[in-house]
Design a protein around this ligand. Structure first.
Ligand SMILES: Nc1nc2c(ncn2[C@@H]2O[C@H](COP(=O)(O)OP(=O)(O)OP(=O)(O)O)[C@@H](O)[C@H]2O)c(=O)[nH]1
Ligand SMILES: [Mg+2]
Length: 469
């Protein structure tokens, strides 16, 4: 970067955004979700969790765009309101914002309104206020006082409705009340049930209210949209990779070998599938910046990086609403979740038959027995179709939950059977092709450049994202 660019970046004053509101409404939660980090501040279900103003920087790549200031919750707005009235009565010439400044300057550290003074100090230093509302709360007088006090600072205010999931009626009531206050800019942004759209609208509202920062905010919106798209795509590609690696995986089975040897091969497949799923799960969590630690905190049904409900546990196929009838017999023969592939589908057999087909039908008749023997010798074991379906559906659901999980969420992501799950079109065909291409199990240049492979990957990915990112 040249020195001119550096100094102009330094000279440009960053937008200061104060996050304010009644105590325990989710201010710190909002900041965590906007930062995509569970590390910022402390979140607790109780009043007075945040005691000091704390600053966080939101950047577009390396370029800082704005500061978010977390503030302690307002607790006694009634007392504050009366106090401000007294100040303005005693100094009639003061403007509304000067009254606030006077309050900040004259409030000692150990005063009962010390917390409120910290909030107002930050409000006066900021360009815009996000006023966080817990919509489950009735529209009480204390909130009206808060809004009236904050409006004295003459800064644009964006009310942000939090806790909106399943609270539509309350939300409507809040909207009506704010309209009566002549506030129409409110925004729905549930910090736990996250949607990228809501976040984008928040930045767009800031753009219209603080025009001087329009360009940097646009940069931020574009950057975030791009990152979000890449994030969802990486997640979906990771799941596609899982399906490919499991569908391609095989253990050879020889009909002449002992039952025990074949049972061991079946066990090895099960272990492979479990490990592959576990790997994918960990990668998805890290792609979306949720760590192992958060898994424990957030009670995702995973322990030690493994799903609590084993992929081969009895009942899982049924829980995902899949047909157990067709594969039950095969399962019993080869081990739970394992298919026995015979002859025509294996590469060896297919090429043998291809050679014969070229030689003509008479040759086949002549050597039929030998061919049959050769085909029987190339049996193999692989994960069965139901297992692949459960893998796909369960990762699909996890991905969907992670894409809509705010970093303030503290409740379990319940990844269980749902009727929303969707398999890609031509699923059976996809699996059949993958099984015939065991070399695709690992990523390679030739695989990734293969047209047929690319189509399969695209179909798996498209259904995972479902037009959602
Ligand atoms: N269900 C749900 N819970 C939320 C949401 N936002 C915050 N919470 C929970 O609400 C509680 C308070 O959240 P905080 O972020 O600590 O609230 P705060 O406004 O910073 O609180 P103070 O710092 O004490 O003023 C925590 O238990 C959060 O997990 C939300 O959108 N939905
Ligand atoms: Mg807080």
């Amino acid at each position: 970067m040249n020195s001119n660019a550096t100094s102009s970046a330094e000279n440009r004053r960053l937008l200061n955004v104060a996050v304010v509101g009644h105590t325990n409404t989710g201010k710190t939660s909002l900041i965590r979700t906007m930062l995509r980090s569970t590390e910022f501040g402390a979140i607790e279900d109780g009043a007075g969790t945040t005691r000091h103003v704390e600053q966080a920087t939101i950047s577009a790549g390396d370029e800082p765009i704005l500061y978010l200031h977390d503030t302690p919750g307002l607790e006694d707005s009634n007392a504050l309101y009366l106090h401000l009235q007294n100040i303005s009565k005693s100094s009639k010439s003061l403007s509304a914002s000067a009254v606030l400044a006077e309050f900040v300057a004259s409030t000692p550290v150990d005063d009962l309104l010390e917390q409120e003074a910290k909030v107002i100090r930050q409000v006066l230093r900021s360009d815009i206020l996000l006023y966080i509302i817990d919509v489950r709360e009735p529209v009480l007088e204390k909130y009206r006082y808060e809004l009236e006090i904050l409006s004295k600072a003459s800064k644009p205010i964006i009310p942000v409705f939090n806790f909106i999931a399943d609270h539509q009626q309350e939300l409507t009531r809040w909207r009506e009340q704010l309209a009566a206050f002549n506030i129409h800019t409110a925004l729905e942004f549930d910090t736990v049930a996250f949607t990228f759209e809501a976040e984008k609208r928040l930045y767009q509202k800031m753009q219209t209210l603080v025009e001087s920062h329009y360009q940097p905010l646009q940069k931020l919106i574009d950057y975030r949209a791009d990152v979000w798209k890449q994030l969802c795509l990486s997640g979906a590609k990771r799941v596609a990779e899982l399906i490919v690696s499991v569908a391609c995986h095989r253990e050879s089975k020889n009909s002449n070998l002992e039952k025990v040897t074949n049972a061991l091969a079946a066990n090895r497949i099960q272990e492979f599938v479990r490990k592959a799923e576990q790997h994918c799960l960990n990668d998805l969590l890290s792609i979306f910046n949720f760590s192992e630690k958060d898994v424990a905190i957030q009670k995702i049904p995973v322990s030690n990086g493994q799903w609590q409900l084993d992929i081969f546990a009895p009942g899982i196929i049924k829980a995902y609403g899949l047909d157990i009838g067709s594969n039950a017999a095969k399962g019993a023969a080869a081990g739970a979740g394992i298919d026995l592939m015979v002859g025509g589908l294996s590469l060896g057999a297919a090429s043998a038959l291809g050679a014969i087909a070229g030689a003509g039908w008479s040759t086949f008749r002549r050597y039929g027995k030998e061919i049959k023997a050769a085909v029987q010798g190339t049996q193999w074991l692989c994960a069965d179709e139901n297992t692949l379906q459960v893998l796909y559906l369960r990762q699909q659901e996890l991905l969907e939950k992670l894409m809509h999980r705010g970093h303030a969420a503290v409740h379990a992501v319940e990844v269980a059977a749902s009727d929303k799950g969707k398999l890609p079109d031509k699923w059976v065909e996809i699996i059949t092709i993958l099984r015939q291409n065991p070399v695709w199990q690992e990523s390679s240049v030739s695989r990734n450049n293969n047209k047929q492979y690319q189509e399969i990957e695209a179909r798996l990915v498209d259904t995972l994202l479902g037009g959602d990112n």
